[in-house]
Design a protein around this ligand. Structure first.
Ligand SMILES: O=C(O)CCC(=O)C(=O)O
Ligand SMILES: [Fe+2]
Length: 228
């Protein structure tokens, strides 16, 4: 991504409800390699194993009582700064990164990211593409599993979700080993030529960085009863 004359509106996904931005090649292949090296160099206890994926929290564990903020290392903070410079979060600097690792066949159930975060999701993908599905909630709150539309997230891309795509549409990743790029993918014209309609692309291991701002933070000193 060339930051010269950069205008975020050039990256808006106009074929989807409001509001999504998609930036192909947001990071370089060297940066992607660096991210993967650092993630996999983390000590084993840094990982939380879930039934269908692994994750790492950086910056603290978000909590309704406040996140005890932890310093984010420079190799990772570099991307928080880069996202902060896009001025998407009302001048609030991102302070949390959730790392998700998906092996081929792994995914994530339909969900909303909720109220712990400033309502902007920014996601950098590394290692593999994935298809992110969006589901419109039904009147009676039963969960329809049929996606309303989908985004293809290429490796090295940045996806930004705000407004209705944060508050209303649930997002999920299907547990499949390959993706058929059908007409439901609304950003395919914003992707590289490698990804064309009607192609089937096998997944590799994907590591995503979900970078957000947690408004409510606290310091350990408050709990310890010490002075600030
Ligand atoms: O890996 C992704 O792109 C999505 C992760 C996600 O939705 C989440 O952690 O809330
Ligand atoms: Fe999410």
């Amino acid at each position: 991504m060339n930051s010269f004359h950069f205008n975020i509106e050039d990256y808006r996904v106009i074929t989807a409800p409001e509001t999504a931005y998609y930036i192909s090649e947001f990071i370089t292949p060297t940066e992607e390699k660096g991210i993967l090296t650092n993630i996999y160099a983390s000590p084993k206890p840094k990982w939380t194993q879930l039934s269908n994926r692994r994750l790492q929290n950086w910056g603290g564990i978000p909590h309704h009582n406040g996140m005890i903020a932890e310093t984010i290392p420079q190799w990772l903070d570099k991307y928080l700064e880069k996202i902060h410079n896009l001025k998407l979060m009302d001048d609030k600097r991102p302070n949390h990164v959730l790392v998700n690792e998906y092996l081929p066949g792994q995914g994530i159930m339909p969900h909303l990211d909720g109220s712990l975060f400033y309502p902007t999701i920014t996601t950098i993908s590394a290692g593999s593409h994935i298809v992110l599905n969006f589901i419109e909630p039904t009147e009676d709150n039963t969960i329809s599993t049929k996606p309303a539309f989908s985004f293809l997230l290429e490796p090295r891309s940045l996806l930004i979700l705000q407004e209705k795509l944060y508050t209303r549409y649930l997002h999920c990743i299907e547990e499949v080993k390959e993706d058929f790029l059908d007409a439901s993918i609304v950003n395919i014209n914003m992707c590289s030529d490698e990804y064309v309609r009607h192609k089937t692309v096998p997944r590799k291991t994907r590591v995503s960085l979900t970078i957000r701002h947690v408004p409510k933070t606290t310091s350990f000193k408050i709990f310890a009863g010490g002075r600030r």
